[in-house]
Design a protein around this ligand. Structure first.
Ligand SMILES: NC(=O)c1ccc[n+]([C@@H]2O[C@H](COP(=O)([O-])OP(=O)(O)OC[C@H]3O[C@@H](n4cnc5c(N)ncnc54)[C@H](OP(=O)(O)O)[C@@H]3O)[C@@H](O)[C@H]2O)c1
Length: 318
């Protein structure tokens, strides 16, 4: 069974993104989920063997973290690993702002310490060294167990890893967009650096924000704001890739989503964190490692994915 490390913890090879649990239509891709759906998705993920739950302070401005905190309080949660993120937004340039934000996240989560704390994106005016030293201080005082970054390019993640190393710590993860419709980490050095440095690549939007599930097709765009990124032209261009995914899914008796996640999870260093809106999606995603893609299938998917991305530059924004 594929697993990945975060800090000293060995995790199941698929995690879950809790952005839709933010009670907001924006983060929930059109759905305004309540605690009941989040609770059911949480339980289904745990039942499926999932360890890693990814959140962020900005998902619903704390609502995703609050939902997790409530759910954790209600049950035994042995083995569950919680990740959240600091947003280095304007007016939050100081280490003081970082430490206050961390304390607030811990309060919402109801935890004395979080398993993985990530910098959500490179901070415009707060320098990387300041953030990494603040991370190291939080590792030293035990409020975080592992330090990660997100949306960092290769040189940023290498610098982050070096600074943490100078403080006796390791960079645990870099969370970036990666899927069959967005393979930028392969070409920009991030995947290579993760492999070389032993940093786990947490792949966000691994289902292409729903596109790779196969339910959005030419003539059947989503009805929420994603219709602006899943244009008719793009859906038509994705047809050969989506058809191949469906054919391979049929051959294995699984779903298109599971093919997309399995393809990604096969890559060493990569741990996909698909978002799930309900128990059925969470359970299905957790099952995505229950079969083996053949090398031929892997190659076919790579070929069609490359063709899709080369077709138009907007492939890079999938
Ligand atoms: N660090 C960052 O900057 C960043 C940015 C974005 C996301 N993230 C993280 O990555 C996680 C996942 O990314 P994402 O939510 O953008 O995209 P995703 O995982 O590619 O797609 C998730 C969406 O696909 C649909 N779906 C999921 N599982 C399905 C299944 N089994 N069958 C059918 N449909 C299914 C759901 O929407 P519908 O049912 O409505 O189609 C769901 O909201 C987020 O929750 C968040 O934790 C991080």
């Amino acid at each position: 069974m594929k697993s990945q490390k975060i800090g000293d913890k060995e995790l199941f090879g698929i995690g879950i993104g809790t952005m839709p649990w933010s009670g907001s239509r924006l983060w929930g891709y059109g759905s305004k989920l309540g605690l009941a759906e989040a609770r059911e998705a949480f339980d289904a993920a745990v039942a499926g063997g999932v360890h890693l739950f990814d959140s962020a302070e900005i998902y619903g401005f704390g609502k995703s973290e609050r939902a997790i905190g409530q759910i954790l309080r209600e049950r035994e949660t042995d083995g569950v690993v919680i990740a959240t993120k600091y947003a280095p937004l304007p007016l939050r340039f100081s280490p003081r702002a970082f430490h206050r934000a961390l304390d607030r996240s811990l309060k919402r989560l109801g935890l004395p310490s979080v398993d993985l704390y990530q910098i959500h994106f490179p901070g415009g005016r707060i320098d990387l060294a300041t953030l990494m030293h603040a991370m190291a201080d939080a590792l030293d005082d035990g409020r975080i167990q592992a330090a990660g970054v997100s949306n960092y390019n290769e040189s940023e993640m290498r610098r982050a890893a070096k600074i943490l190393e100078s403080r006796g710590h390791r960079l645990a993860s870099n969370q970036v967009e990666y899927s069959l419709v967005h393979r930028t980490p392969e070409g920009n050095g991030v995947l290579g650096a993760c492999t070389e440095l032993g940093v786990t690549l947490l792949a966000y939007s691994p289902l292409g924000r729903g596109l790779l599930t196969g339910k959005y097709r030419s003539g059947n765009a989503p009805i929420d704001w994603r219709k602006r990124i899943f244009t008719e032209e793009k859906l038509a261009l994705a047809t050969p890739l989506l058809d191949a995914i469906a054919t391979i899914a049929n051959a294995h008796g699984v779903s298109s989503s599971q093919i997309a996640l399995n393809w990604l999870a096969r890559i060493p260093a990569v741990l996909p964190i698909p978002g799930a809106k309900n128990a059925a999606q969470a359970a299905s995603n957790a099952e995505a490692l229950s079969f083996e893609l053949t090398d031929e299938e892997d190659q076919r998917l790579r070929q069609l994915s490359t063709a899709f991305m080369n077709e138009k530059s907007f492939g890079q924004r999938a």
